[in-house]
Write a protein that binds this ligand. Structure first.
Ligand code: XMP
Length: 326
């Protein structure tokens, strides 16, 4: 039997009952597979790895070692949430690595988007590999592979994902959600008790804010981007737009314009709002955002974020514009 093929008879997991049954079945399977050995997991805080972590904590507790690498390109509060949920609430064996300086030092002066992606992906593997090398007695590697990853394994996500691992890592894989579609992973995550802010997260690229801090990343512009993005997310949440808009974020280009603040000339970067709807990310339409909300977001970002002096709304559907700016 092909273990990577979803059986035609497998029911779509849409309810808590079906999720609970799936969880119970996977706990059994994982226990049988792993025995009393240790399992390593790169926990990004994204939906898939978080659900795998919660499931494995239930199955094997402290035999799971989670490693969270903060590459310095996370959104505001994300790494903190990983620590809060997994270390504080679920009492996981979590190793937190703040590798911000390593990533940002390597990225300094690099403006070319594909080069940036390569650096981020390559360094991620290096940091994770170094950490894995320090641990003893690890026999298994858990991964948040989901069914679309298998179906598209030569497609887009493969080169997109930061979580690729070195080929010389000799671990057996534990992939409990590999036959599930994304919506099912979310249902399972909820049944496992993960917060909605984690399970219902919008897609976030592996290279994180690195592809939204356009051109060569600097710490001050990255910081402005992170703060502006947090304001956008907060205001979308308040207005309920998080339920209707598929993906929304800020991009900050490497250019300044003149402005005026407190009666003084104020040169700053523009914050560009992107808010799109799509089913498969292959094409996307622009969401109509009420003007009053755009107004409020503009007022807050220009008042609260150091270095930003304009807010723009990108009206371009995909095609022609891709969702991300680089
Ligand atoms: P584009 O910009 O190609 O994006 O229209 C389509 C979807 O893919 C996401 N995306 C990425 N995801 N690594 C990822 O894991 C990446 O390098 C990457 N680039 C784009 C993007 O956020 C959108 O949802």
């Amino acid at each position: 039997m092909d273990n990577n093929k979803r059986p035609d008879s497998m029911e779509r997991i849409t309810t808590k009952e079906l999720a609970d049954a799936f969880i119970a079945e996977q706990i059994d399977l994982v226990k049988k597979q792993v025995g009393d050995k240790k399992v390593l997991l790169a926990l990004s805080g994204g939906v898939d790895s978080s659900v795998v972590a919660a499931l494995l904590i239930k199955a094997i507790g402290k035999q799971l070692v989670c490693v969270h690498v903060n590459h310095g390109l996370m959104r505001k509060g994300e790494s903190e949430q990983v620590i809060e949920v997994f270390q504080n609430q679920l009492d996981a064996n979590l190793i937190y690595i703040d590798a911000t300086d390593r990533f940002l030092d390597l990225l300094a002066g690099v403006a070319e988007p594909e080069k940036k992606r390569k650096i981020i992906g390559g360094e991620f593997i290096k940091v994770f590999d170094e950490e894995a090398g320090k641990l003893e007695g690890i026999s298994f590697l858990a991964q948040g592979t989901i069914y679309p990853d298998i179906l598209e394994s030569d497609g887009v996500k493969a080169h997109h994902n930061v979580g690729g691992l070195p080929e010389d890592m000799q671990f057996e894989l534990v992939e409990p959600v590999k036959l599930l579609y994304k919506d099912e992973v979310r249902v399972v995550g909820k049944a496992l008790g993960l917060p909605s802010s984690m399970v219902d997260r919008q897609p976030f690229p592996g290279p994180g804010l690195g592809v939204r801090c356009l051109g060569a990343i600097t710490r001050d512009r990255l910081n402005a981007l992170r703060e502006a993005d947090a304001i956008l997310r907060e205001e979308f949440d308040n207005a309920g737009l998080n339920k209707t808009v598929w993906q929304y974020f800020i991009a900050v280009p490497d250019m300044k314009s003149v402005g005026v603040k407190n009666d003084k000339r104020y040169e700053g970067w523009p914050a560009i709002i992107r808010a799109v709807n799509t089913t498969d990310a292959m094409s996307a339409t622009i969401e109509e955002i009420p003007y009053s909300i755009l107004n409020k977001i503009t007022a807050r970002i220009t008042a609260e974020v150091e270095g930003i002096n304009r807010v723009l709304y990108d009206l371009t559907p995909k095609p022609v514009g891709t969702i991300e700016w680089e």
